[in-house]
Write a protein that binds this ligand. Sequence first.
Ligand code: 2NL
Length: 332
Amino acid sequence: MTDRIATAPSLTALAELSTELLGKRSDLAQRKARLGQLAPDERRAEGQKLNEERDAIEAALAARRAELEAAERGARYEAERLDLTEVIPSMRRGHLHLVTQAIEELEDTFVGMGFTVAEGPVVETDWYNFEALNFPAGHPARNMYDTLYVDLGDAESTLLRTHTSPVQIRVMENQKPPIYSIMPGLTHRRDTTDASHLPNFHQIEGLVVDEGITFGDLAGTLESFTRAYFGGDITSRLRPSYFPFTEPSAEYDITCVFCKGAGCKTCGRTGWLELGGCGMVHPNVLTNVGIDPEAWSGFAFGFGIERMALMRHGIDDIRELVTNDIRFLEQF
Ligand code: 2NL
């Protein structure tokens, strides 16, 4: 009897067994019903026996029920167990804008060549943006930059910097040579937007001031940079030019990244792309910041960052960078 209870396979089977053994139609119930027909002595003995049997069955049922319930609970816990280490991605992760990536890559390249990174204000004074850079008042070269002026102080005294050169002036004012620094940052000009111009764009300029710096150092530095940033198959060349703050001055060209120098529509069949300008820092600029041009010499260069990003990735319209079409941005 208790064997059947101890091996009952489930709580349902156990409940059926309980009915069978203790229910109205059970052997126990029938024997209990017949008690009245027995003689008093027999009745007491049989009554006691019935009680003992019932107690034994109930104890066995309770023990087996406890076992089966524990097993069932264990199985349920196992089934409901949560894996708290599971990672479910809920949001798609974005990435840095192409221009930000270009700034970081340019910084990495120059830092690797021993330069430090300097920053300065976007709203500047006429002194830092023009005067200190050897643009005398009324100098026609000022018209090369379509300056946006801020309505503050004397007329045309406060402006949005048209290049990052003012940061170079501030570095030279605050720091004695030797100087090896680059200055990336936002610049503004009153230009009309087209495929190759934005009124708000980024520049990166570089400045070296040390003893005995020559034009050869400038050419070698730019060539090393070109190969590090664009890869081994792209080279650079310098062509004579004019800037008020450098003498001599040069345009900096790289091998056309589209045709690798063979000549194509983008490079006007020359095989070269113009990326920026450079030159030896003008002695007047050094004098303006209190550096003796007889003791020190230096070179400087400036590139447009958006333009470099276009060249690097073979993009033909600068406006793509600011339209914020996610299908374009996702590619980089
Ligand atoms: C361009 C040309 C250039 C510089 C920037 C510079 C700064 C100081 C002194 C001398 Cl403080 N030069 N910067 C020099 C030559 C060219 O940029 O076309 N940039 C996009």
